[in-house]
Design a protein around this ligand. Structure first.
Ligand code: PGA
Length: 260
């Protein structure tokens, strides 16, 4: 598995198949001749376009933005984890703050979904993070504790190690405001501590933690490797294939410099 992961969440974009095909051809062009060993990408388009994202350049995997927890049946409008798996999806974003906000997803639903994704042999990328109000009230740690424990409850150590967490402070999403490197680092320490308590320190080390919220290539260091993160979850900037490829290159460079 590559050292760093860059996950692009396209959210509710683009608006037509024509734009999708433009996006993908720019991506192919930007990636041509490039090979990254220590940095891997995941692109999560709207479900409608998953098929178009089947021929991604090497080193970039296909992800989904949401999933339902049941395998099949009378669930109008939902997508089964098995359907996603059969369609070549490898990663699924679960519990994104926009789903928590507009889809009323609570910690119980997020857990059900994350566990269903594991069961279908895909990797859940579970988003956690506090609101601006919770932060102002000094409740960040308590909120994160709750969200993290809820997701990992009932899992074996082996299953737990497969989950990827994305720390996304809700006040930082879509705003161009960022936490400090130190604040992100503190969250990383808290997550490690919680996982070590629930499982053991080895599992706590193995769970990968990404940072998300207003990520741009220009400050990757401050929100990622300097803060001990294993990569990033990118919203708006992932609409530019050039940025995604630039981030892959920067992470690769960083991984090589760590090795040297
Ligand atoms: P943003 O979104 O990069 O546009 O802030 C991040 C996210 O919602 O995952």
């Amino acid at each position: 598995m590559a050292r760093f992961l860059i996950v692009g969440n396209l959210k509710m974009n683009p608006l037509s198949r024509e734009e999708v095909s433009q996006y993908l051809s720019v991506l192919q062009r930007e990636m041509s001749g490039k090979k990254f060993e220590h940095a891997a990408g995941v692109l999560c388009p709207p479900a409608l376009y998953l098929n178009e994202f089947s021929e991604l350049p090497q080193g970039i995997a296909k992800g989904a933005q949401n999933v339902f927890w049941e395998k099949s049946g009378a669930y109008t409008g939902e997508l089964s984890p098995v359907m996603l798996k059969n369609d070549g999806v490898e990663y699924v974003i679960v519990g994104h703050s926009e789903r928590r906000q507009y889809g009323n997803e609570d910690d119980r639903i997020v857990r059900e979904k994350a566990h269903a994704v594991l069961k279908a042999l895909m990797v859940p990328i579970v988003c956690v993070g506090e609101t601006g109000e919770e932060r102002a009230q000094g409740e960040t740690d308590r909120v994160l504790e709750h969200q993290v424990q809820a997701v990992f409850e009932g899992l074996s150590k082996l299953q737990a190690e497969k989950i990827i967490l994305a720390y996304e402070p809700r006040w930082a999403i879509g705003t161009d405001t960022l936490p400090t490197t130190n604040e992100i680092l503190q969250v990383k320490v808290l997550i490690r501590k919680l996982l070590a308590e629930m499982f053991d320190s080895q599992a706590a080390e193995r769970v990968r933690v990404l940072y998300g919220g207003s990520v741009k290539s220009s400050f990757l260091g401050a929100v990622s490797w300097e803060a001990g993160m294993d990569g990033v979850l990118v919203g708006r900037e992932s609409l530019f294939p050039y940025e995604i490829v630039k981030m892959l290159a920067l992470f690769e460079e960083q991984a090589l410099s760590l090795e040297a």
